[in-house]
Design a protein. Structure first.
Length: 167
């Protein structure tokens, strides 16, 4: 069996509908396991960027520049939304620590309130915290992207073999 995460052949429900079946469909369309794995890894990495509302654009740009499947990268980006929200404050706190700035009183509830008042007001109010959080995310993302790609590549290749889709 190839190295990586394994997709259960009998997966049911959410994971089968949202991950396994779309990956099989992409393989049957002739998209290589390498392109699929890169789309998934980038979708996961870009999908947790601590800049609410930017991940869709980041994924569109990555898909265009690297000639990846835009649907695959966006599906994974969408699935990462809960994790993006869960990691937002930890990324901000890490940015404050790295850049040695005073810890802010930012909470997810406060971010939500700022966005409800005005998106522009939220952007200007959270600008410094967001830049610091993005710097931390970028550094960690570079470290995580390549191992994640290799794990996913092994999984996609295994799925292709199990399902009899050769490429």
């Amino acid at each position: 069996m190839a190295a990586g995460l394994s997709f259960p052949v009998s997966a049911t429900g959410f994971w089968r509908r949202r991950i396994v079946d779309p990956v099989i469909a992409l393989l049957r369309q002739g998209i290589t396991p390498e392109k699929i794995a890169l789309s998934l890894a980038l979708g996961m990495t870009l999908g947790i960027a601590p800049m609410i509302g930017s991940t869709t654009l980041l994924c569109v740009i990555a898909a265009f520049v690297l000639r990846l499947n835009p649907a695959a990268i966006q599906i994974v980006n969408y699935l990462m939304s809960p994790l993006q929200l869960a990691l937002l404050i930890p990324f901000i706190r890490a940015g404050e620590w790295v850049f040695r700035v005073e810890q802010s009183r930012i909470t997810l509830d406060r971010v939500r309130q700022l966005i409800q008042v005005s998106l522009w007001h939220a952007v200007t109010t959270l600008w410094t915290a967001t830049v610091h959080a993005m710097a931390v995310w970028f550094c960690l993302g570079v470290l995580v992207l390549f191992p994640l790609y290799w794990l996913l590549l092994g999984s996609v290749r295994s799925l292709a073999r199990i399902r009899g889709v050769s490429k």
